[in-house]
Design a protein around this ligand. Structure first.
Ligand SMILES: N[C@@H](CCC(=O)N[C@@H](CS)C(=O)NCC(=O)O)C(=O)O
Length: 233
């Protein structure tokens, strides 16, 4: 049976990849695992049925048989352990890829989220103009370090891994800020990731929830095969 994830019925970003089901969709697409999506409203997210799956009343969740998970880091890790393609076989390389997963979520994402809060929710505060550059510089500090480490490599540590998947998912939030453009190698890293077919399928699938029109690229491999068969009947 395919796993089921939850996603926003009505995403505040209009399906542009910021809602975190994007990471989970991307991971599932990378490993070729078809999945189902259950859309939830903001109200339903705070009701007991959803709270039983996610104690903080958020999306995404992940259900597979009698296993229910929340937290994208944990979900992506679970997918990466279950399937080939997102974690290297070599034990040390695997441990390093997992380290990058934690680095993305624990070290790089927090200042980026803080910037999002400053830009979206604090614009009317009297101290906003003074605080914003401080927050932006905290983001630049992390990006500088990440940029130095990445250098001219394609991926953070050898082949593309779940570490890259989460790092790029975190950087996605900076797309509209212009800050990422200050780091040509990070911009290239991001563009390289966006060009991955699995990323495109995940992105299109999330956007399709908003537009109501699922493009062919949006559906997973299994569904594409099914669609082909169905269209022939
Ligand atoms: N640390 C969690 C964060 C989950 C999260 O913030 N989800 C957002 C959507 S991207 C959400 O559900 N927001 C609505 C809310 O908190 O009420 C994860 O990585 O899964």
């Amino acid at each position: 049976m395919n796993p089921t994830i939850t996603a926003f019925k009505s995403s505040p970003d209009r399906g542009r990849g910021l809602a975190r089901d994007m990471r989970v969709r991307w991971a599932l697409e990378e490993v070729g695992q078809p999945y189902e999506v259950r859309l939830v409203s903001f109200r339903a997210m705070k009701e007991p049925a959803h709270l039983a799956l996610h104690p903080f009343g958020q999306i995404p969740t992940y259900e597979e048989g009698d296993l229910a998970l929340f937290e994208t880091g944990s979900i992506v890790f679970h997918i990466a352990k279950r399937h080939a393609g997102l974690l290297p076989d070599d034990a040390n390389a695997r441990a390093r890829a997992i380290t990058w997963m934690f680095a993305a979520l624990n070290t790089v994402e927090p200042p980026i989220l803080e910037l999002g809060t400053a830009m979206l929710l604090e614009g009317d505060k009297p101290w906003h103009a003074e605080r914003l550059p401080l927050v932006q510089d905290r983001v630049r500090g992390r990006l500088n370090q990440l940029s130095v480490r990445l250098g001219d490599a394609d991926w953070l540590d050898g082949a593309f891994s779940a570490g890259d998947l989460l790092m790029v998912s975190v950087l996605l939030r900076l797309k509209s800020s212009g800050i990422l453009d200050e780091y040509p190698n990070l911009t290239a890293y991001f563009t390289r990731s966006e060009a991955r077919p699995a990323f495109r399928r995940a992105f299109d699938a999330q956007l399709a929830v908003f537009t109501g029109k699922p493009p062919l690229a949006a559906v997973s491999k299994f569904e594409r095969q099914t669609a082909k068969i169905t269209s022939k009947v």
